[in-house]
Design a binder for this molecule. Sequence first.
Ligand SMILES: Nc1ncnc2c1ncn2[C@@H]1O[C@H](COP(=O)(O)OP(=O)(O)OP(=O)(O)O)[C@@H](O)[C@H]1O
Ligand SMILES: [Mg+2]
Length: 254
Amino acid sequence: MSAYLRVVGVSKSFGGLRALNDCSFTTTKGLITCLVGPNGAGKTTIFNAITGFLVPDEGHVAFQGTSLDGFSPQQVVATGIARSFQNLRLFTDLTARDNVLVAMPGQAGETPLGAIFRPLHAARATAQRRAAAREVLAHVGLADGADTMVRNLSYGEQKLLSIARLLATGAELLLLDEPTSGLSGAALDRVMEVLRGLQTDGKTLLVVEHNTRVVQQIADEVVFLHQGHVLAQGSPQEIITDPALAEIYFGGVI
Ligand SMILES: Nc1ncnc2c1ncn2[C@@H]1O[C@H](COP(=O)(O)OP(=O)(O)OP(=O)(O)O)[C@@H](O)[C@H]1O
Ligand SMILES: [Mg+2]
């Protein structure tokens, strides 16, 4: 099967620190790939390199055969890739719906002049966008919280909202940076269920994940990153049961 996303030999240094060191891996369309590795391994940095938030010193990224070299974050989104942030980056003083609306691609009829000269058209377009935002929220189980201020949502709901914002972009490849961190019990199960649902809908996911149980339950493939370099790519079972990788990850504690 041909690679959907292809990362080839990406390196990036910050001063004397080599955050990414000849990093190479691929993902396959329709699969959930989990990106694992110790703190500081370079997981967020490779997300930044894929999505145009930083320019690699060396190496290339291609999506569906098209090179993303030199693409801005906006240009990367336009190719069909969206990413979430480890620290969520939500607008806490806006409602859940408004957070989704700002992530949706622009549509005709929303310019100030359009609102004046074609008010009916503008009103219809706004109503359509609000309905689409509600649909996206319903997809992650947040329809009832659409008009709730984000700061009044639980942490688990905020994590779901950050996934809804990815969906709102219409992207088909979703990069999620620790979507379950800080969650446990029902909130954790809910996020896992939503991620699996996205796969059923035909999305492809690349997920940074620290929780081994989550990796075992959702991953089709696992990429193991250490000191900016991919040490292994394989099935969850292959990666999790590899004693050398466990030693690196847990310092031999398991
Ligand atoms: N903008 C930056 N400037 C300087 N150093 C950076 C920058 N971004 C990342 N680093 C460093 O690069 C290394 C990799 O960081 P990165 O955030 O990618 O790790 P990570 O695998 O996402 O870790 P975590 O699991 O803690 O989120 C770390 O040593 C980090 O301190
Ligand atoms: Mg990180």
